[in-house]
Design a protein around this ligand. Structure first.
Ligand SMILES: Nc1ncnc2c1ncn2[C@@H]1O[C@H](COP(=O)(O)OP(=O)(O)OP(=O)(O)O)[C@@H](O)[C@H]1O
Length: 258
């Protein structure tokens, strides 16, 4: 069953020069799927995430999340819907610097007025799962990039959202730490059946997903599904990227995945 249905979506930015960032794009995301979205710089990936996350409005077309068009909700219901149904993970972690790791993680529950008991229960579960128990009282400037991203993932998961939206979640991490974060996202996806939509430039990151959707100039370009072997999937991702004109694919084609 699709959790997300994008139908004929167009986004035109009006300004001195009008720009059609997304053009009549349609696709669905199944419940429990881990989807990567790839495309050259400027192809509309962030615009697309912003419309799914309701930060921005499409010019035309519809988005249904669990059958509901969030853009049609009144403002107070929309804020609740976004908090309830969505979790966000960003490239720059977006943690509040004045709060500890623990306080950052429980923040979405605080906003929802959850009981302290419930918060503690979920906090323990999540922090054990993400190996954060030793650093709960540290602040973001006292932890590593990988720990910061695990904290952000904890914050995205704690209210058990239906959909996690991740924008280049490994963009600021070294390759070993990226691998840890991607394995974690994959486990969350497999064990908790949380649906994840992840924008990435990195074909290695995309190879952790079930499917990659490629967009070019705001339009559907191609999509490929993972078969059993991640190495094969990775090669197929590189093939599509080279058709897309996606940069230094040649340098990557000999990589053996960890
Ligand atoms: N607020 C805006 N006003 C006008 N044009 C915009 C605005 N935001 C984005 N654009 C344009 O829309 C196009 C798509 O931008 P978007 O940021 O969605 O691309 P992207 O695929 O996420 O790029 P990147 O990979 O570089 O982050 C670009 O040409 C960009 O210049």
């Amino acid at each position: 069953m699709p959790i997300l249905e994008i139908d004929n979506m167009t986004k035109v930015y009006e300004g001195k020069v009008t720009h059609r960032a997304i053009n009549q794009l349609s696709f669905t995301v199944e419940e429990g799927e881990f989807l990567a979205i790839m495309g050259p710089s400027g192809s509309g990936k962030t615009t697309l995430l912003n419309m799914i996350s309701t930060v921005d409005e499409p010019t035309s077309g519809t988005i249904l999340m669990k059958g509901v068009d969030p853009h049609q909700l009144p403002e107070n219901e929309l804020a609740y819907f976004r908090r309830r149904e969505l979790g966000f993970v960003f490239q720059n972690f977006n943690l509040l610097q004045t709060l500890t790791v623990e306080e950052n993680i429980v923040l979405p529950l605080t906003l929802d007025n959850q009981s302290v008991d419930e918060m503690e229960k979920r906090l323990t579960m999540i922090t054990e799962r993400l190996s954060l128990t030793q650093i709960l009282h540290k602040r973001p400037n006292e932890i590593s990039g990988g720990q910061a991203q695990r904290t952000a993932i904890g914050r995205a998961l704690i209210h058990r959202p239906s959909l996690i939206l991740a924008d280049e979640p490994t963009g600021n991490l070294d390759s070993n730490t990226s691998k840890d974060v991607l394995e974690l996202l994959m486990q969350v996806n497999q064990e908790q059946k949380t649906t994840i939509v992840m924008v990435t430039h990195d074909p290695i990151a995309a190879s952790y997903c079930d499917r990659v959707l490629f967009i070019k100039d705001g339009e559907f370009f191609n999509e490929i599904h993972k078969d059993d072997r991640r190495q094969m999937f990775f090669q197929r991702i590189l093939n599509v990227l080279s058709l897309l004109g996606g940069g230094q694919v040649g340098d990557l084609s000999t990589i053996r995945l960890p």
